[in-house]
Design a protein around this ligand. Structure first.
Ligand SMILES: Nc1ncnc2c1ncn2[C@@H]1O[C@H](COP(=O)(O)OP(=O)(O)O)[C@@H](O)[C@H]1O
Ligand SMILES: [Mg+2]
Length: 223
């Protein structure tokens, strides 16, 4: 599903920063993996490259059979929208839209009718145990509920892969466990999932831990 070979990435600047130094990584369909490492080690850069949100300088990235190199913006967006759901530490919900509208938003951009997108959004919220909260604003929800809304939103386009950057970073440990339960359940249903975290308890709940240090993969261990 994901194949990276010898990926290098340097952020240009007065002092160029070589953040990824020859990353080799394969992630098969249906895997639940975590990427762990210290702050600044390159985890988010790697995840953003996987999500075609950022470019790389040298090496090869093949995503679901497509070589991700010199893609046009349109083609990159098309692949991203088709294949990938994103989940972030800070939830990235729109404050003035209720839970249902937030979940339905990706379908709005796809031109799906209001009736259909509300129906599908309610199904996803129901799946997250949030049916009764569909008309609440983010400010009326707990952190765990907000992240479940964000996960519902990431699922609404039926992605093949979920990429989550520190999805439990803003949550207490009990709520983190609940959110990890959701990722595990989605994985049981076949979802390929990559979770960036610095929390060993989160890593321990995935099936493979990839450790990165200063832009280099130092260790991979299966749970
Ligand atoms: N857009 C950018 N421009 C320049 N430097 C960046 C940029 N994004 C991240 N960095 C730097 O690259 C390094 C790796 O960042 P990042 O991938 O965010 O690490 P992590 O997610 O592991 O904390 C850090 O030193 C960070 O400051
Ligand atoms: Mg990061």
């Amino acid at each position: 599903m994901i194949h990276l070979s010898d990926i290098n990435k340097t952020y240009p600047g007065a002092v160029p920063l070589h953040v990824l130094k020859g990353i080799n990584l394969d992630i098969a369909k249906g895997e639940l993996v975590s990427i762990m490492g210290a702050s600044g080690s390159g985890k988010s850069t790697l995840l953003n490259i996987l999500g075609i949100l950022d470019s790389y300088d040298t090496g090869e990235y093949v995503l679901d059979g497509t070589l991700i190199r010199n893609l046009s913006e349109n083609r990159a967006a098309e692949l991203r929208n088709k294949l990938i759901g994103f989940v972030f530490q800070s939830f990235n919900l729109i404050n003035y839209k209720d839970a249902l509208e937030n979940v339905a938003l990706p379908l709005f951009y796809q031109g799906v009718s209001r009736r259909k997108r509300n129906k599908l959004a309610l199904e996803q919220l129901d799946r997250m145990g949030l049916r009764e909260w569909s008309h609440h604003l983010p400010s009326e929800l707990s952190g765990g509920q907000k992240q479940r809304v964000a996960i519902a939103r990431s699922l609404i386009t039926k992605p093949a892969i979920i990429l989550a950057d520190e999805p439990t970073g803003a949550l207490d440990s009990k709520t983190s466990v609940e959110v990890m339960k959701i990722f595990r359940q989605l994985n049981d249903e076949g979802m390929t999932t990559v979770i960036v975290t610095h929390d060993p308890n989160v890593g321990a709940q995935t099936n493979r831990i990839i450790r990165i240090s200063d832009g280099i993969i130092t260790q991979q261990s299966h749970a």
